[in-house]
Write a protein that binds this ligand. Structure first.
Ligand SMILES: Cc1ncc(COP(=O)(O)O)c(C=O)c1O
Length: 458
């Protein structure tokens, strides 16, 4: 590794364990250290600016250095830096935020529980659904169906729902009771001669066959991201979610919407469920909830599920689940201010406006010789690079061209996301991005693609 033995990168490599990283390569190559940020830009420890075209981990929706969010945290720190919400204690910011979220989510009379991360929220949800079904006398109805390539987090339950094989391998996952149905990615999984309508019917038919094979009385829920994020920014064909919801309704299977990426404006509406016509029973949210300025996640539960929890808690004696930081007042105050800023500054209208440019610029790459498919909705999108446009053949080895393009973009001052060592490059910039900044991102990406032509494997 370049640099002095006491440089931040050397000290990092000596002590810090990194997630989603090749650990040996990291020890050799070291980290890029980010020290500050403003707007859509972050700065490394040499002072170099980069446009953060994935908003960190698809999360800093209001950009970096937003003074109002900093003020919200400082004000709450002075007032009450910590108190908890267990054993019938509560704090004002958690109450205000719960009320606000309940008024926003497309779930009637929603009840809100707070967690710290998307993984924790989804993991908690698995427990809550089990508790609910036990309380209402359905002790067998416990299995959860998620989708191949879906991403729901890294804790035991959330990683079991995740449908990305590398996240199961060597972790002895998934746990029993977690099943995976089709990835609704038409470009990759459509059959020769199959149109989108037939593809959707096949997806719904396979889900129904799985529920019947398992026994409907054993299947509790189906979980999906409105747009699959970490699995490749997959946008299902028209009609997919209505066909899936019809199957779920038939067998009394809950729809759990994972809005960790799509929540809070990413698709141009407040929630992805609104963009894609989903009527969920629960919703998990994180990331954009606080513009990632504080670690906070939320679960919205239907009144019916909540009443099950209350019933179970009454018969057992109490609801024996809780954490120290659930409803943390500083995190809740920052999340509340985030939503308030979104409303006051018209962030949704801004996304609707600039996303036209974002989608148009992304689609402009469709004819590039390296590009197989362009996918985009709102301010989230991806470009899948292929070795052969006609056959859709992937590059071998998979990921080398994607890595080159990601690194080239970074050399040119734009941080993108390479999807799980593949040749798909994702974009999910802060929602405050301007049209001029969108142009800057895609001018750089275009140069990186052209440069990749010279080095691609043949
Ligand atoms: C859709 C989705 N669900 C859950 C998670 C997990 O969230 P966290 O990383 O906060 O645990 C993520 C993270 O990227 C996500 O994209």
């Amino acid at each position: 590794m370049d640099g002095l033995p006491n440089s931040p990168a050397a000290r990092d490599a000596a002590t810090l364990v990194h997630g989603f990283t090749n650990l040996a390569a990291h020890r050799r190559d070291g980290a890029k250290i980010i020290v500050s940020g403003k707007g859509v830009y972050v700065y490394d420890d040499t002072g170099r600016p980069y446009i953060e075209a994935v908003a960190g981990m698809w999360c800093t929706s209001l950009g970096f250095g937003e003074e109002e969010l900093i003020d919200a945290a400082v004000e709450q720190m002075h007032k009450l830096p910590y108190y908890h919400t267990v054993a019938s204690k509560s704090v004002g910011p958690a109450i205000d935020l719960a009320e606000k979220l309940a008024s926003l989510v497309p779930i009637r009379n929603a009840r809100i529980y707070f967690a710290l991360s998307g993984s924790e929220a989804n993991d908690n949800l698995v427990k809550f659904i089990r508790y609910y079904n036990n309380a209402i006398g359905r002790p067998l109805k416990k299995k959860i169906i998620s989708r191949i390539n879906g991403y729901h987090g890294s804790t035991l339950g959330a990683a079991s729902m995740t449908g990305i094989p590398v996240q199961h391998r060597a972790f002895d996952l998934p746990l029993p009771g977690f099943l995976h149905t089709d990835d609704p990615h038409f470009y990759r999984n459509g059959l020769p001669g199959e149109d989108e309508a037939a593809f959707v019917a096949r997806m719904a038919g396979n889900l129904e066959a799985m529920i019947l094979a398992e026994g409907p009385d054993t299947v509790a829920a189906f979980i999906a991201e409105p747009v699959t994020g970490a699995g490749g920014v997959v946008i299902p064909p028209d009609g997919y979610f209505s066909a899936i919801q019809a199957v779920l309704a038939k067998y009394d299977v809950l729809f759990l919407a994972d809005e960790v990426i799509t929540g809070f404006g990413r698709t141009g509406r407040m929630f992805g469920c609104e963009t894609f016509g989903i009527a969920p029973d629960t919703m998990t949210m994180a990331k954009g909830l606080s513009s990632a300025y504080q670690p906070i996640a939320a679960l919205a539960l239907s009144d019916e599920i909540y009443r099950g929890l209350e019933k179970g808690s009454d018969s057992i004696g109490f609801f024996a689940h809780g954490t120290t930081y659930s409803g943390h007042p500083v995190a809740a105050a920052v999340a509340l201010r985030t939503i308030e800023i979104m409303e006051r500054r018209g962030i949704l209208a801004h996304v609707q406006k600039v996303s036209r440019r974002f989608v148009e610029r992304l689609r402009g790459f469709a004819d590039h010789p390296l590009v197989g498919e362009v996918r985009a909705v709102g301010l989230v999108g991806a470009v899948e690079l292929v070795a052969d446009k006609a056959t859709r053949a992937r590059f071998q080895p998979l990921g080398a061209v994607g890595k080159f393009v990601r690194e080239r973009c970074e050399d040119l001052g734009v941080i993108t996301r390479q999807i799980s060592a593949s040749d798909t490059i994702a974009f999910s910039p802060p929602l405050i991005i301007t049209e001029a900044e969108i142009d800057e991102v895609f001018d750089v990406f275009g140069r990186a693609l052209d440069d990749a032509m010279a080095v691609r494997p043949v």
